[in-house]
Design a binder for this molecule. Structure first.
Ligand SMILES: [Zn+2]
Length: 294
């Protein structure tokens, strides 16, 4: 997550220049002093409104990262602990921005506890870490369900659903499975990372398991071929990925993403081509990151 996105700021500056030119024009040609004085209000109102996101983010990164946040991520996030100092600062900045701009609420709309909030933000900061210009792919916040699971009718403590991603809907995750996902960072399972990965897939007209990777048709075909081969292995019980990856293309992508972030070395050994795809997409060499401190 960036403080300033060049293209956005260029647009805003163009509007500002147009406003200023209008003000100059009015002050030259208007004989009514009141109109001239009022025209000066346009830029005064426009600047803080147009640049409010940049101003807010700038202030946020200047603020000290809360010690209790750092204690939680230090205890729960293996990813954070393997980052160098610059990486840690970026991770903390992303947590600060995410928590300030996105809601994390319980099913009755109440505030959730601090640890749950920080863990959700840590998952977001993990998956976005490699690409500075990425924003969280969901816009309606996160809803945390109590317990471990819910069923398709959203009944608590029933069924087998531990998380859900819905296009233009909040990301759902259960509190206990979220905690467990972080507590065991090497099992290749992280419900939050899984659900966030689905949102990248929603950016396509159909959920094909291939996130938006540009208009290069050859690359899309390469993705499909590599993923389909491994998915067949999943369905024959011969893959390193868990059986759920065989459900469909979208689940394959989400399960492979979880595995990539937690057990990169094994993925490199089992399917280096799949690893390279995900390394390119998330722009991070997880194997190298986890190796660095060994
Ligand atoms: Zn899924």
């Amino acid at each position: 997550m960036k403080i300033i996105y060049r293209n956005e700021v260029i647009f805003k500056l163009i509007y500002l220049i147009l406003i200023l030119l209008t003000v100059v024009f009015i002050s030259f040609y208007s004989s009514d002093r009141m109109v001239t004085v009022l025209s000066f209000l346009f830029p005064v109102i426009y600047i803080p409104l147009a640049f409010r996101k940049e101003i807010r983010r700038f202030r946020l990164v200047k603020k000290q990262f809360p010690l209790e946040f750092r204690e939680i991520i230090g205890e729960y996030s293996k990813f954070y602990n393997f980052l160098d100092d610059n990486g840690k600062r970026k991770f903390e900045k992303d947590i600060n921005i995410f928590l300030n701009e996105h809601s994390i609420r319980s099913i009755r709309g109440e505030e959730t506890d601090l640890r749950t909030k920080v863990l959700v933000a840590a998952g977001v900061a993990t998956i976005l870490h490699g690409r500075e210009d990425w924003e969280p792919p969901f816009t309606d916040g996160v809803v945390v369900y109590p317990g471990e699971t819910f069923d398709p009718e959203y009944n608590l403590h029933k069924g087998q659903i531990a998380g859900m991603a819905g296009d233009r809907r909040p990301l759902l995750v259960t509190k206990k499975i979220l905690e467990r996902s972080f507590k065991d960072p090497d099992d290749g399972y992280n419900s939050l990372i899984h659900e966030i990965a689905h949102y990248f897939d929603f950016e396509n007209p159909i959920m094909s398991g291939v996130p938006v990777i540009g208009s290069d048709k050859g690359r899309t075909e390469e993705w499909l071929e590599i993923m389909e081969k491994e998915r067949e292995k999943v369905n024959r019980g011969k893959s390193f990925l868990r059986p759920y990856a065989g459900s469909n293309e979208a689940e394959f992508f989400a399960v492979a993403t979880e595995f990539f972030f937690e057990r990169p070395e094994e993925m490199v050994a089992e399917n280096p081509k799949l690893y390279e795809l995900l390394k390119g997409f998330y722009n991070i060499d997880m194997q190298l990151l986890f190796k660095d401190k060994n």
